[in-house]
Design a protein around this ligand. Sequence first.
Ligand SMILES: Cc1cc2nc3c(=O)[nH]c(=O)nc-3n(C[C@H](O)[C@H](O)[C@H](O)COP(=O)(O)OP(=O)(O)OC[C@H]3O[C@@H](n4cnc5c(N)ncnc54)[C@H](O)[C@@H]3O)c2cc1C
Length: 466
Amino acid sequence: MQQESGKSVTIVGGGVAGMSAACALAEAGLRVRLVEGRGYLGGRASSYLHPGVREIVDNCQHVLFGCCTNLAGFYRRIGVADQIHWTAEMTMIEPGGRRSVLGPSRLPAPFHGLPRLLAASAFTLADKLALARAFAALLRPVAAGSTESLGAWLRRNGQTEGALNRFWRLVVASALNAEIDSIAMPYAAKVIRELFLNSAFAGSMGMARIPLSGLYAGVEPFLAERGGEVLLNTHVEGASWDEATGQWLVCTRNGELLSDCLVFALPFEAMQKLLPRLPVEEGREKLARQIERHQHWPICSVHLWFDREITSLEHAVLLDREIHWMYNQSRLQTGRGGHYIELVVSATRAFAALPRQAAIAQALAELAEFFPRVKEAKLEKVALVKELRATFGVPPGIDSARPSPASPWPNCFLAGDWIATGWPSTMESAARSGHLAAEAVCASLGEPGSFLDADLEPRGLMRFLG
Ligand SMILES: Cc1cc2nc3c(=O)[nH]c(=O)nc-3n(C[C@H](O)[C@H](O)[C@H](O)COP(=O)(O)OP(=O)(O)OC[C@H]3O[C@@H](n4cnc5c(N)ncnc54)[C@H](O)[C@@H]3O)c2cc1C
């Protein structure tokens, strides 16, 4: 859809949500201005030069999955889809080093993962039977309105300690970045169906071959070629609607901006801060009350540079300890020299509260239990990155606190991972929200456009279990 009107839109927030909305709308022919408070694009999914270690680090390893169709659509639009490294295998390691590899077989979905699950030494026979029972129960979608938590559902479905600790708490709760009692069952069921049941590709893991911010280098030229622009270091402080001209006046620390439409692509806490500086309108209070119900969950990452390789594995899930995921960045990222390992600890407020030295010491000691070469290796440098506001939780009932892209104001729309996308706090939710907001902008201008990328079709027998 190509707009003939030459209408303009200001998008506030240059994270994945804002960039996705901006690129879709620029492609549709609108004059797009993407306004970001920081000096770089990417928001919570970005990389930067860490002053302590003088290395470019991601603020944390970000993983996507085959089912993330809108994020993939955004990457395609800006020409970086080939910068994602895909893998279908997940290696689980027990303390002491014993490995189990989960991944697909030739069996049709939903049975494709079964042979490797049955062969996994990380699980006892009782664990495997419990997991198989749970997966069978999840073959049919959980009603969207269910108010049960994942924890309650697991207790009701007789899960063993091994299945709880080594699968549900580690793989599923860490993908959703919360404790099992704080996760609404429909979200957990969605993750299980997409990652383990729908198809082998839906569950394959994608990791960027370059630091995250490198992925977005094409956004500015993409917008510029279509008459748009990116304004960095431009913090938005408020906005007002002029009924007479039918335009928005956006106030920034660097001056004022005029446009026909406005999209706020902000995290919920930034939206909350802006609300008092937006026009008083019926609906503003309701939005404020919705935002109040959201809560953050932390993610920490420990970045370690050794003098030698401690493992040739690209990535692994580490069982029974505080550190959850290992990413061998020297192997995953092209052109990355040295021996750089990143460890990720999800959904653990206790780890996030540790002082720096204690957190690093614990991470190193645990890493040595999985990879004994750590004991001989010299640690050359280390960085700890704590993101206390990494994601928002999806506890039972949260859907009524996730607004649609429509806002209380005329020609103004909402995006951001916390908007009603049906997805947990992820880059896919952010990209979806951006595409939904772009559709809402075009509809408001009387030029309906379609930007939402379709979900992957389930494969094999899952086609009949919708
Ligand atoms: C440590 C960590 C690990 C994660 N791991 C994963 C993962 O593995 N996989 C995954 O899919 N997701 C992961 N996520 C979640 C993912 O990063 C987010 O869901 C997604 O990036 C959110 O994008 P967004 O555009 O909605 O918000 P944001 O990325 O927060 O972008 C909002 C932007 O708005 C800007 N802004 C705020 N206020 C103003 C203002 N007043 N004026 C102008 N600009 C403003 C901010 O600077 C920011 O750039 C992780 C997040 C973190 C922090």
